[in-house]
Write a protein that binds this ligand. Structure first.
Ligand code: UD1
Ligand code: MG
Length: 431
């Protein structure tokens, strides 16, 4: 079915108390608006986003990720409100689906249900225990008669618990005709999109309520709503990956970015955080590790390991308190307490406890290259830029400040001195 989509995203979002435009606040690593744009793209090839507040910032964010999205700048000074937002928009298709930009949990399947009914207008409604803040929907004999905004409700209308979730599928010809006729004679002096319902009813048109799940149509207006929406999104993301075969221990303690992907059988232990567009293939991430924008293939990390952006691990073991940044490790073991930054480490190499790549001199970052089958002894420092070729043995406690040729031993050590009987002389003791 061909349908046009209009996403309303011009509002300021005052209740977020933030400098970031409301629709750019992230949920599971992606701005709210991106989630909606993606749901819309599953349905339509004609999507318009309505902007006003911080229009440039929102537009740039979308354009950096999606093509083929049209933008419409609302004349919000003269025509404020959700009805004003639609003035001047020319949808291509015979039906127009109108969505709110602050509704990040909606899915293409849920939107399908709104476009399905063959009605002049189909609109999303929810029954709520606490309808506070929403427009109340007056339904008679299975059809919607009117939407009354909370601020315009009388006592009886305030008690109505069926509310407008804010998504509508409207006959485009009707929309074109009604929008210019909207008036702002209400408490907020705004042009309400919701008034098109009454206009349609007065003309004998059919407005069908589609009852929807609150968890899918939840609007985000505050940071508390943002946290609630994220909890719903996280549960959904984890359920999806568990269905794909990822084992998640104590899922409620795990965070997975919406951009992350898993392949094959993976295990995430409790407290794991996966940030950004990670790719995790047949790997085991142990408790309380943080993986950011990295790839792991046939590897394991943690407990309490940290992969920072740009890390690539293949057939590699990373143990506790090991931090890896922008490094490629293939067939490597680094079991304990290391920092490996801007490095390339090859097969069969063992990185001892406490090994540090000194990749930064206070001005610039430098690379460390370590070949195959190298044994780097514990507590060594590798001062970059530096290359350690294949089959090198670096003795424990060595500070490597120059390139080491294949097959060599590298050792820098102050000779050990012992002073017999010193302890008792110094501390005193049994005479
Ligand atoms: C709106 C509905 C209300 C419904 C609720 C559901 C109207 C008049 N009321 O109320 O019945 O229960 O959504 O969440 O439509 N926007 C613009 N331009 C504007 C004003 C708003 O683009 O001038 C956008 C906002 O960015 C937002 C959406 O429209 O994405 C909804 O605006 P909001 O102010 O949240 O409307 P509500 O008062 O919540
Ligand atoms: Mg709202």
């Amino acid at each position: 079915m061909s349908v046009s989509v209009v996403i309303l995203a011009a509002g300021q979002g005052t209740r977020m108390k933030s400098d970031t435009p409301k629709v750019l606040h992230e949920i599971s690593g992606k701005p709210m608006l991106f989630h909606i744009v993606e749901a819309a793209r599953a349905l339509s090839d004609d999507i318009t986003v309505v902007l006003y507040h911080r229009a440039d910032a929102v537009r740039e964010a979308i354009e950096a990720h999606y093509d083929n999205i049209a933008f419409h700048l609302q004349d919000a000074e003269n025509y404020p409100g959700t009805g004003g937002a639609l003035r001047g928009i020319e949808p291509k298709h015979a039906r127009t689906l109108i969505l709110n930009g602050d509704m990040p949990l909606v899915t293409p399947e849920a939107l399908h249900r709104l476009v399905e009914p063959d009605a002049d207008i189909a609109m999303s409604v929810i029954k709520l225990e606490n309808p506070d803040g929403y427009g109340r929907v007056i339904i008679e004999e299975g059809e919607v008669k009117e939407i009354v905004e909370q601020k315009d409700c009388n006592e009886a209308q305030l008690c109505v618990d069926t509310v407008n979730a804010g998504v509508y599928a409207v006959d485009t010809a009707l929309l074109r005709r009604y929008i210019p006729q909207l008036r702002n004679d209400n408490t907020q002096k705004e042009y309400y999109l919701t008034d098109i319902v009454k206009m349609a009813v007065d003309e004998g048109k059919h407005v069908v309520p589609v009852f929807v799940e609150e968890a899918l149509f939840k609007g985000v207006n505050s940071k508390a709503d943002l946290a609630d929406a994220e909890a719903i999104m996280q549960a959904r993301i984890k359920r999806r990956w568990m269905q794909e075969g990822v084992r998640i221990r104590m899922p409620e303690t795990v965070y997975i970015d919406a951009r992350a992907v898993f392949e094959g059988e993976c295990i995430l232990e409790n407290g794991v955080t996966i940030e950004g567009a990670c790719r995790i293939v047949r790997s085991h991430i142990k408790a309380h590790s943080v993986i950011e924008e990295s790839t792991m293939i046939d590897s394991d990390a943690g407990p309490m390991a940290h992969l920072r952006p740009g890390s690539y691990l293949e057939k590699t073991h990373i143990g506790n308190f090991v931090e890896v940044k922008k490094s490629t490790l293939k067939g490597v073991k680094a079991g304990h307490l290391s920092y490996l930054g801007d490095s390339e480490i090859d097969e069969g190499t063992n990185i001892g406890a406490g090994v540090i790549t000194c990749n930064y001199d206070g001005k610039a970052k430098y690379k460390t290259r370590i070949g195959k089958n190298v044994f780097v002894g514990s507590d060594s420092q590798l001062v970059a830029p530096v290359t350690i070729e294949d089959e090198v043995l670096v003795a424990a406690g060595t500070t490597v400040t120059k390139d080491i040729r294949s097959g060599a031993l590298a050792i820098s050590r102050t000779p050990l001195k012992t002073v017999a009987g010193f302890f008792r002389k110094f501390f005193g003791g049994v005479q």
